[in-house]
Design a protein around this ligand. Structure first.
Ligand code: PLP
Length: 449
């Protein structure tokens, strides 16, 4: 599979180059030149495999000859060694053998090591990058700006991998206290360093962009991005849509499927749209935003207006200029009506999110994180807007305990901490506080070679 720059279709590279360089030399985002398309028989065959085996099969089409089938099978089995339940609010699993009568499901993508869906992409990326670097004498320095979840997932996925250093830039005071522990507990003498930037997430992202744009700095440190501008982050996010939609279709063959996705940089939605283009039986997507809703505005008005982000309760979605918007346009050849045939959008205030989170907890005894609550509300509003009877799947992007203080305050009860999070809280914390300037970043990179 070749990848091209969205700025210039003639600028093409293989998977390894696209992955290790993040952006095309002309600054464009990489996209696959084509996508495989699977028919009904093949969908059924892939759906009958365990998820990691299905992922290995799909990844074959996206990588290059530096990966054998055996490499991909081992890599995916190792990356995806945790469950991915498709469950009702009451905790009944969707299972093709014993279909439940319900039509509303949660796809829980938060059972990986850092308890957010970002693990799916980060673990695939970490293993593919490590595979490539271990067969060359190249090294990489990963700069990753995070609003909370990406940094932890990338740090964990690359922790102690040879040939890679990771610098995580997060807004000082702008992520949850549990997330701070996750980010700062990997440091010490490892190859992963957490940097608390005195500024917002936008400042972190702007600083990373400046570093990449600085030719000297970029080439001296072999900088690489692990944010969703990197196509290696987006591709694996198609795998769980592909596999889970086949499961849902097998259980309920006559119902069309809609997914609701709590969205920020739109990488998760882009993964879903790629799965759909590969033939996954998905009818529609609902994009759910918080107050940072340039994409929902676009779907509803046709006008796209990026803007500075504002802080909200669902902080991983506090994005004013979604990275992956150009990829979504390209998947639909810039055809607005084609996009709105497939995607609907809804946005919510923090007050609505709090109310919904409390309601699903008290009425349904299901505790969701604030991001998932936004997605769940959007799915309910979408369902009310149509007469069609869908299998409705809300994508749950993080474990509620990642936002412990916020969630406990909303439900006024204590939330038990999963042991993975307790371990981070108990571990020593290492961070470096920095002003958002290129000079400060450069000095720190040099000091930590
Ligand atoms: C990253 C993240 C999102 C937003 O995903 P995008 O791919 O940026 O749209 C939503 N919820 C949580 C919990 C996240 O970590």
């Amino acid at each position: 599979m070749k990848y091209h720059s969205l700025n210039n279709p003639d600028l093409q590279v293989g998977f390894s180059r696209a992955l290790l360089s993040s952006l095309a030399p002309d600054g464009g985002l990489y996209m696959p030149n084509s996508l495989p398309r699977f028919g009904a028989d093949e969908l059924a065959r892939l759906g009958a495999l365990p998820f990691h085996a299905c992922a290995a099969h799909l990844s074959r089409f996206f990588v290059d000859d530096k990966f054998t089938d055996e490499d991909l099978r081992a890599l995916c089995a190792d990356a995806y060694d945790y469950p991915m339940p498709l469950t009702t609010l009451a905790g009944e699993r969707l299972d093709a053998a014993t279909p439940e009568p319900g039509d509303e499901y949660i796809l829980e993508l938060f059972h990986g090591p850092t308890l957010a869906f970002k693990d799916f992409a980060a673990r695939f990326m970490g293993r593919t990058v490590s595979h490539l670097l271990s067969r060359s004498d190249e090294s990489r320095t990963i700069l990753v700006a995070t609003s909370g979840d990406t940094g932890g997932a990338i740090g964990q996925a690359f922790l102690n991998l040879p040939g890679v250093r990771v610098f995580i830039l997060y807004p000082n005071g702008g992520v949850s206290s549990v997330q701070v522990h996750q980010l700062t507990s990997m440091g010490g003498n490892s190859n992963v360093k957490a940097i608390a930037i005195n500024g917002t997430f936008d400042d972190c992202q702007a600083l990373v962009k400046k570093a990449f744009a600085d030719k000297d700095m970029s080439s001296e440190h072999h900088l690489m991005s692990a944010n969703s501008i990197n196509v290696g982050r987006v591709i694996p996010q198609s795998f769980y849509y592909f596999w889970s939609s086949v499961q849902a279709k097998a259980a309920f063959p006559n119902r069309p499927i809609v997914y609701s996705i709590p969205s920020g940089n739109l990488g998760n939605l882009t993964g879903g749209l790629i799965a759909r283009k590969m033939g996954a039986p998905i009818h529609k997507f609902v994009a759910a935003n918080n107050a940072n809703d340039p994409f929902v505005d676009y779907l509803n008005t046709g006008e796209y207006t990026p803007r500075p982000s504002v802080p909200t309760l669902s902080n991983a979605m506090d994005i004013g200029k979604p990275n992956n918007f150009p990829r979504i346009l390209s998947l639909f050849d810039d055809d607005f009506s084609a996009i709105t045939d497939v995607c609907s959008g809804y946005s919510y205030t923090d007050a609505q999110t709090e109310r919904h989170l409390r309601k699903t907890f008290t009425h349904d005894n299901y505790l969701m994180c604030p991001h998932t609550a936004v997605g769940h509300m959007a799915l309910q509003d979408f369902a009310e807007s149509t007469d069609e009877n869908y299998t409705k799947i809300t994508v749950s992007t993080a474990h509620p305990a990642k936002f412990l203080d916020e969630v406990e305050q909303i439900i006024r009860e204590t939330v038990p901490l999963p042991s993975l999070l307790q371990d981070c809280i108990d571990a020593p914390s290492h961070k470096h506080v920095m002003e958002p300037t290129l000079a400060a970043l450069e000095e720190f990179l040099k000091a930590n070679c």
